[in-house]
Design a protein around this ligand. Structure first.
Ligand SMILES: C[S@@+](CC[C@H](N)C(=O)[O-])C[C@H]1O[C@@H](n2cnc3c(N)ncnc32)[C@H](O)[C@@H]1O
Length: 234
């Protein structure tokens, strides 16, 4: 199926801010995405003492002073392409969360929930707490008409899901657990809906959507990540 100029069920190579302009306004049911967080990722990798041999290179971070502009640019397109009934999950670390919140407000999104993803993390700290959560903003275009499937009787706003460790396998430096993405997709979409992830990375959103019979499409700057994502999809 085609949406404007773009094929669905495909990861398109390039800058999402430009590529999203090819999608018609009001064509997407849901956006689930995990944009770069503007943290100094390389430095962090080293201090976390991770073995980098299997980590695919190419990850580029956004500098902190450009993060608000960057967030406004992609979210402006996100707002345009979402249907009036559409919704979005945006992941964020805590360090630049303020820019994400400002951009969402400025563009007219309504925040329905501020979720926490709680994960285990074995890093040792001497004089501070160990970061073991990410933020997930659940936002909509119209607070009176959006989809929410109550797949749990008591859906709490703290989701506890362990990270995945792909020991000995090729991987991207940042990757969400499939179990978490799978759950989020079920809350906000039905089979046949169209889900967009502008920052696909290793393709977790695509894999979840394929398993759950949702249409999907996405964008990614690094070709090697697209190759890995396509292998996962096969
Ligand atoms: C945090 S990762 C996403 C990880 C993904 N959720 C997963 O589970 O693998 C963000 C991704 O966005 C990509 N990226 C950064 N800026 C981009 C842009 N302007 N357009 C498209 N992709 C971009 C990065 O290369 C990176 O793979």
């Amino acid at each position: 199926m085609k949406l404007g100029k773009l094929e669905t069920n495909k990861i398109h190579h390039g800058n999402c801010i430009e590529l999203m302009k090819n999608l018609p306004a009001g064509s997407i049911d849901h956006i689930l995405t995990d944009p770069p967080f503007a943290i100094e990722f390389k430095a962090k990798q080293l201090s976390y003492n991770r073995k980098l041999g299997n980590v695919l290179k190419g990850y580029g971070e956004i500098s902190q002073d450009k993060y608000l502009d960057f967030s406004l640019s992609w979210m402006r397109e996100a707002f345009r392409v979402l249907k009036e009934t559409g919704s979005m999950f945006v992941f964020s670390g805590w360090t630049n969360l303020k820019d994400i919140l400002i951009a969402l407000d400025e563009l007219g999104f309504t925040t329905v929930n501020h979720l926490i993803w709680k994960y285990q993390f074995g890093v040792f700290t001497k004089k501070k707490f160990v970061t073991s959560h990410y933020h997930i903003l659940f936002v909509v275009k119209d607070k009176k008409s959006y989809k929410f499937n109550k797949i749990d009787h008591y859906p709490e706003d703290v989701l506890t899901v362990n990270r995945e460790y792909w020991k000995g396998k090729k991987k991207t430096p940042t990757k969400l657990p499939l179990e978490l993405v799978d759950k989020l997709v079920q809350y906000t979409t039905d089979p046949g809906d169209i889900v967009l992830d502008p920052f696909m990375g290793s393709g977790t959103t695509a894999v979840a959507c394929k398993q759950l019979n949702r249409h999907w499409l996405g964008f990614e700057l690094v070709e090697d990540y697209i190759t890995l994502a396509n292998q996962r999809l096969e």
